[in-house]
Design a protein around this ligand. Structure first.
Ligand code: TNX
Length: 538
């Protein structure tokens, strides 16, 4: 290297570094003005809030911890220091429950909101502008003013922990990613044919038996033969109730509600493996190793009252654990052949004056909804719950396209949009060539970014029934945390802008610039991601 180049580098290196100051926030705030000047967080900065606003102590602790991680500084609370970060809960009528106002000047930062959630979101915006990991870089923030609030109330990410089990640490990492993008619903798919993942004290076999299968591999198109002689089901795992409580609390600190999915009446081979008496065939079986649920007994028997007693007891434990207003009851892809061949199911159809198995499914779901309402909870289910008649208060999660969601919203039911296209993050994002095996299809970043949760076909007066949108991550093909990160990054960032930013302000070019800065942050944090329409090894 020429000596003059070296001199140039030495002299201007700090400048080059500071030129890398992040300026973009994802999701794009409702309004943001960047001014000249900067605020630098140092050891001489304190966090200030009124002692009477006790929730702010938790918010301050959250921010203090994040700052400690990237700098080693311990920011004191309510101590006289040269510079302050002021937090306050003030009634502000323009920003709603989750909004915030953020001001950065050269000598103070101020975050105001109606609730702790808003304060946390103001902090998330600040954190996005700060270095993502601990380096020698200063904690500089540009002077700015932001007023910000979300477009939708349901900003969700789903995670299937049945097809492959992910331990509590991975779940927390997933929650952290969601939180940084201001997503607020974690839909936890805890039960499916391939594994039951939640401890139920009254029914230990659901995890003693139902959480373990004979092979780690998922056989996507057809079941692996059942265990051979001498083979033990040893692959799997589950969350204890203590671990679940800890995850719920961790999520709550970040304004994330955990919605548990207790799948029924189909996709429950793991439950049937544990308690064969709850199926129509009542034959012993193991949790499935394949994605094909149709060739084995995977349903609860809809004609057996003991099944409802079991489910009500399970749901009671679930409700005691999860404070969420909504309980997801699944309801998808029920193979009704077992009910057709079952005397008890046929007797139930007769007794209840039902027309067919679709109405039997509706009977099943309505009976569960009644129970949930008696416990002051709301029921949400996949769009198949429309078949045979929708339960009176049900919220519909529309995955087979938007048709189910539109139908439900027209019937004045709440809806969450999560159509396969483009909300399935188990699909390819760059294309099959070079990418790890994915479920199917292509949902690239741009397609996710352009998703509109309110369909044009929906009459305007019903639009408010769309609570929001979410993306789903089915894990038939995803067994490691690295692969999981790769599937959700950066698509989770695009989803965040879909559900948060006002539609008039969405701008692909701007997002594309901001996401480049995110890529650098992912790299520094050691997160895997898909950098556009090409692939990287994971
Ligand atoms: C359908 S989406 C399912 C899941 C599979 C997924 C694969 C839904 C409600 N049910 O059980 O994992 O397809 O993409």
């Amino acid at each position: 290297m020429k000596i003059q180049n070296l001199v140039f580098l030495v002299l201007f290196f700090p400048l080059l570094l500071s030129a890398k100051q992040k300026t973009g926030i994802i999701p794009q705030p409702v309004s943001m003005q960047v001014h000249s000047g900067k605020f630098v967080i140092t050891e001489n900065t304190a966090i200030e809030f009124k002692k009477s606003q006790t929730e702010l102590k938790e918010a301050a602790a959250f921010f203090g911890k994040a700052i400690r991680e990237i700098s080693g500084y311990e920011l004191p609370f309510n101590k006289k220091k040269a510079q302050t970060i002021r937090l306050s809960l003030d009634p502000i009528n323009t920003i709603g429950k989750e909004g915030y106002q953020l001001q950065v000047t050269s000598d103070h930062i101020e975050i105001k909101a109606n609730t702790k959630a808003g304060i946390i979101y103001g902090m998330q915006s600040l954190l996005q502008l700060l270095p993502p990991i601990r380096t020698n870089a200063k904690l500089e923030l540009p002077c700015l003013e932001i007023e910000d609030y979300p477009r939708f109330k349901w900003r969700g990410m789903h995670l299937d922990v049945s097809r492959h089990f992910f331990g509590p640490e991975v779940v927390k990492e997933y929650i952290d990613l969601m939180a940084s993008y201001k997503l607020n619903v974690f839909h936890w798919h805890l039960i499916d044919d391939q594994g039951w993942r939640i401890e139920i004290k009254q029914y230990p076999k659901v995890t003693d038996v139902g959480a373990w299968r004979v092979d780690q591999t998922q056989f996507p198109w057809g079941d692996r033969p059942q265990a051979k002689a001498g083979e033990e089901p040893t692959y799997g795992g589950y969350y204890t109730q203590e671990q679940i409580k800890e995850i719920i609390a961790y999520a709550a600190e970040r304004n994330i509600t955990v919605v548990p999915e207790i799948e029924m009446p189909g996709h429950v081979a793991s439950a049937i493996a544990s308690y064969p008496e709850f199926s129509c065939a009542q034959q012993p079986q193991l949790p499935l190793t394949g994605g094909d649920y149709s060739n084995t007994s995977s349903n609860y028997c809809a004609g057996n009252d003991a099944v409802f007693e079991f489910l009500e007891n399970v749901l009671t434990e679930v409700i005691d654990l999860f404070p969420s207003e909504y309980i997801h009851i699944g309801g998808d892809e029920v193979n009704k052949d077992s009910w057709k061949k079952c005397d008890r199911c046929q007797a139930r159809i007769k007794e209840e004056g039902l027309k067919d198995e679709n109405e039997l499914q509706s009977y099943f779901i309505k009976r569960i909804e009644k129970f949930l309402i008696s416990k002051n909870r709301k029921m949400i289910g996949w769009d198949e719950i429309l078949e045979g008649g929708l339960a009176p208060e049900a919220t519909v999660m529309s995955w087979r396209g938007e048709a189910g969601g539109i139908e439900a919203a027209k019937m004045n039911h709440d809806v969450v949009m999560t159509p396969v296209n483009p909300c399935y993050f188990d699909f390819y994002q760059a294309g099959p060539a070079g990418e790890p095996l994915a479920f199917s299809g292509l949902n690239n970043l741009k397609k996710v970014y352009h998703y509109k949760p309110i369909p044009e076909e929906l009459p305007a007066e019903n639009a408010h029934y769309v609570l929001g949108a979410q993306a789903n991550v089915w894990t038939e093909h995803i067994s490691t945390v690295e692969h999981l990160e790769y599937m959700v990054l950066p698509r989770m960032a695009a989803l965040a802008e879909v559900v948060w930013t006002p539609k008039e302000q969405k701008d692909w070019e701007s997002f594309n610039t901001r996401i480049q800065e995110e890529y650098r942050a992912y790299e520094l944090k050691g997160l895997r991601y898909c950098p556009g329409n090409f692939t990287v090894a994971i």
